[in-house]
Design a protein around this ligand. Structure first.
Ligand SMILES: C[S@@+](CC[C@H](N)C(=O)[O-])C[C@H]1O[C@@H](n2cnc3c(N)ncnc32)[C@H](O)[C@@H]1O
Length: 222
């Protein structure tokens, strides 16, 4: 699977994806993550990608012609790419979206900045994705969130012992049960006795109860 990321700050991705599981997924050629400096599609020779909003207002907007050129260029190499726009106004990203997006061969992710995009950019993309109800300075962290959550679900990325099937949010409202490791007693905080019982049936019942209880405390979407 390939990710093409259009960004004003390609270097931001080096640290995050230069370590740990995602780096291993890249090394194993399960994913390719390519960043593209948005300024190569600038509208003037100074590398500008933004302009003042019509009607006034604070801040600058990324121009539609810049993004159109970026998408055209990247799609000419991978015509079947799905184009995602990072946007605080977009649909809230969930684990289900991570599973769904992992089925595409190529995702183009566009990272905004400044006050966001000219409205007409919305017509050029397949989906607008928000990672939560707050506003970040740019779309780079949302793009990293999408790439990380999609990649870790791809076959061969997680170790054999680690399953993504029974994790928090794998089904809406499901929250993983509490887990413990050594020491058995830390400063008076003890591991629940049932986990030390050695009785697999009892343990399974307890774990199921615990994840149900946690799920009830969650804000389950209706
Ligand atoms: C400062 S924000 C623009 C916010 C915009 N003026 C608004 O009120 O919706 C700049 C860029 O950061 C990204 N961004 C900010 N918050 C985001 C979020 N919660 N989810 C996804 N992208 C976000 C988007 O790419 C956005 O274009």
């Amino acid at each position: 699977m390939k990710f093409d990321v259009v960004t004003l700050f390609p270097k931001m991705f080096e640290g995050v994806f230069g370590e740990s599981m995602i780096k291993r997924a890249v090394d194993k050629k399960i994913v390719e993550i390519k960043t593209h400096d948005m300024r190569q599609w600038a509208w003037n020779s100074y590398g500008a990608v933004d302009d003042k909003p019509y009607g006034g207002g604070v801040g600058m907007l990324i121009r539609v012609d810049v993004i159109a050129k970026a998408i055209k260029n990247l799609k000419s190499k991978s015509p079947k790419s799905k184009v995602l726009l990072t946007s605080a106004r977009g649909k809230r990203f969930t684990q289900k979206d991570a599973e769904r997006l992992g089925k595409y061969e190529n995702l183009i992710i566009i990272c905004g900045h400044y006050e966001g995009f000219d409205e007409r950019v919305s017509e050029l993309v397949d989906e607008e994705i928000s990672i939560g109800d707050y506003v970040l300075t740019g779309g780079e962290i949302p793009a990293m969130v999408i790439i990380d959550s999609v990649t870790r679900l791809l076959p061969g990325v997680l170790g054999k012992d680690i399953s993504s099937k029974e994790e928090s949010h794998s089904t809406p409202g499901y929250i993983e049960y509490p887990q413990y490791t050594r020491p058995e007693n830390y400063d008076g905080k003890k591991v629940p006795g049932v986990l030390l019982s050695g009785d697999p049936k009892k343990i399974k019942v307890w774990l199921t109860q615990q994840s149900k209880q946690a799920g009830q405390e969650e804000d389950i979407p209706s």
